[in-house]
Write a protein that binds this ligand. Structure first.
Ligand code: HEC
Ligand code: HEC
Length: 288
């Protein structure tokens, strides 16, 4: 098409294309836009050559730089491991009781313990280890199974009623469910338990309950009701209750025996992590 045609209404040149009497005006894209577009095309070719780009049947084109975010992460993880290796070895070699004597090692164990706690223990014991009904608070200084760092390490390693051969096993009898005591006896001995923390209302029931307690309960909870960490039997004289402090909750404990379970962590977590956890839990406040 050699002859230029100018549209009468707009005064713009047409391309000569025409559909049903409608003509196309010749309005090219701005030059700067076209050049930027060419530049991106050239850039992308360079990118394809240097970096991973096209999927292929066998995987993808790797690019001449061989860059991959996976390998970068793997390198960073490797570097972090190497940086930790020294401390992990030291922690493995240091007896539990002596970790606190080395401030750097203690800091490492605390950080590792806190991280492992958030991942593995917080779902049951709570973010701040504050516990919940049935899940003991690990910040206080009442311990079901002992609060020395060795005791804590043992509990974490083998669990409680976990089925592990070294686990903490003792089980309170199900006095109600198995018919060892009737409802009234359970109510009486619960009243006696309340009296241990000065909350009894019915002195006659307390007197009856005292006898039942001496016969049925003292072997685990102690004659004075102060509990026994060898047997995981809680102290019944203080204000700390694993299953609640109301008379109903106490009667339910006596009736069912409860039998809380905590999994064994040996085999699931490596020994150094378990050690770090023991140091961390022991430090939470109530370590003995
Ligand atoms: C599935 C829930 C659950 C998880 C997960 C769990 N625990 Fe426990 N833990 C319990 C229960 C329940 C008890 C109390 C058992 C009982 O009644 O004697 C307990 C008891 C303990 C005790 C003994 C407290 C005492 O007073 O003697 C320690 C220490 C402990 N847990 C630490 C941990 C650590 C550390 C982790 C993470 C590695 C963890 N627990 C994960 C449920 C759990
Ligand atoms: C064989 C030992 C054993 C005997 C006997 C026993 N207990 Fe227990 N008792 C335990 C253990 C262990 C627990 C903790 C259960 C758990 O952690 O799940 C417990 C828990 C309790 C609790 C819950 C405490 C809390 O903090 O919530 C009460 C209440 C209680 N016992 C009262 C009694 C009374 C009353 C008797 C006697 C009628 C008795 N127990 C007999 C071992 C025993």
């Amino acid at each position: 098409m050699s002859r230029k045609e100018i549209d009468e209404v707009t005064g713009v040149e047409t391309t000569g294309h025409e559909w049903d009497g409608i003509k196309e005006l010749n309005k090219p894209l701005p030059k700067w836009w076209v050049w930027v577009f060419y530049a991106t095309v050239i850039w992308s070719i360079g990118y394809w050559i240097l970096y991973p780009a096209f999927p292929t049947l066998a995987g993808y084109t790797k690019g001449v730089l061989g860059y991959s975010q996976r390998s970068v992460v793997a390198q960073q993880v490797e570097a972090a491991r190497a940086a930790q290796a020294k401390f992990r070895e030291a922690l493995a070699a240091t007896p539990l009781d002596n970790v606190k004597d080395d401030p750097e090692l203690l800091r490492f164990a605390m950080a590792g313990g806190a991280a492992a706690f958030a991942d593995n223990c917080a779902p049951c014991h709570g973010r701040g280890a504050q516990g919940a009904v049935g899940y003991p608070n690990l910040n206080d200084d009442e311990w079901l199974w002992g609060g020395s760092i060795e005791d804590i390490h043992h509990t974490i390693s083998y669990g409680i009623r976990s089925g592990h051969e070294n686990g903490r096993e003792n089980q309170m009898p199900r006095f109600g469910i198995d018919g060892l005591l009737d409802k009234k006896q359970i109510s009486d001995v619960a009243e006696y338990v309340l009296s241990l923390s000065g909350r009894a209302k019915d002195e006659a029931a307390v007197a009856r309950g005292r006898e039942i307690f001496a016969e049925q309960c003292a072997s685990c909870h102690g004659e004075d009701g102060k509990g026994n960490v060898e047997l995981g039997a809680p102290n019944l004289t203080d204000a700390i209750w694993l299953y609640g402090d109301s008379k109903e909750a106490i009667m339910a404990s006596i009736s069912t025996g409860r039998g809380g379970q905590m999994p064994a962590w040996e085999g699931r977590l490596d020994p150094v992590t378990i050690k770090a956890l023991a140091v961390y839990v022991h430090s939470l406040g109530g370590g003995q």
